[in-house]
Write a protein that binds this ligand. Structure first.
Ligand SMILES: [Zn+2]
Length: 229
């Protein structure tokens, strides 16, 4: 049996043991078989698996790591995460890698602003902001708390961000995808990002040009806290 297929099956078993949501192994296998290079993600770069979440090694995979909640440079003005690590559901991580490979064909790189967010840190953000328009109430949990949403932007190969018309986490209407205030180049940049995320099986969110849910979201919330050592 080819090596990559063995790893795919191991991935399916891990999902079985870690995830109490309905399983869809066909989806998982389809993604892997159609993009065998993705197998390298688990093999070499996403070696750590906790509660069904894999660590995405942003640096070695060519992403721009700008996990803003691991700094004070975010709308809460507080450091929420202990360090800038990106964890996602296995199939979501693979799709994100595919999106970055599509970006690289256009001499672009994906900027990562946020990935999985532990439910207790969702509570921390909610307590700080106390505005459900800006931060979802932790009671039901968001897609970020399920490891199946990402906040992303685009940069050129040198890491210079492409202008999208607003900053990340701008909660004004200017951040709505269809808003016409951004100029034509900024709207074009939004479309490039959206098109490559859609091709990688993510779904857009109309009110935030940076937010994408994976096309499967039936995962449980998690309070997994990553180790910074
Ligand atoms: Zn988001």
């Amino acid at each position: 049996m080819p090596r990559n297929i063995m790893i795919v099956l191991a991935g399916a078993n891990l999902l079985l043991s870690c995830d109490d949501a309905p399983k869809n192994h066909m989806v998982n296998q389809k993604i892997n078989v159609s993009a065998p290079a993705d197998v390298e993600v688990r093999d070499e770069h996403s070696e750590t698996i906790h509660e069904g979440l894999v660590r995405v090694n942003l640096d070695s995979l060519g992403f721009i790591n700008d996990m803003v909640y691991a700094t004070q440079n975010n709308f809460t003005r507080q450091q929420i995460y202990p360090c800038p690590e990106c964890y996602l559901r296995d199939e979501v991580a693979r799709a994100l890698l595919q999106a970055n490979q599509l970006a690289q064909k256009q001499k672009l790189r994906i900027i990562i602003y946020d990935c999985f967010r532990p439910i207790s840190l969702q509570q921390k953000m909610y307590d700080l902001v106390q505005n459900p328009d800006y931060v979802a109430h932790p009671k039901n949990g968001s897609k970020h708390n399920r490891g199946c949403a990402v906040d992303v932007g685009l940069a050129d190969f040198d890491g210079k961000p492409l202008n999208m018309g607003t900053q990340f986490d701008d909660f004004s209407e200017n951040a709505h995808y269809i808003n016409t205030r951004p100029n034509s180049q900024e709207r074009k940049n939004r479309k490039i990002l959206r098109d490559l995320m859609l091709e990688a099986k993510f779904l857009p969110y109309e009110k935030e040009w940076w937010h994408f849910n994976f096309n499967r979201t039936d995962f449980p919330t998690s309070n997994f806290q990553w180790n910074c050592n």
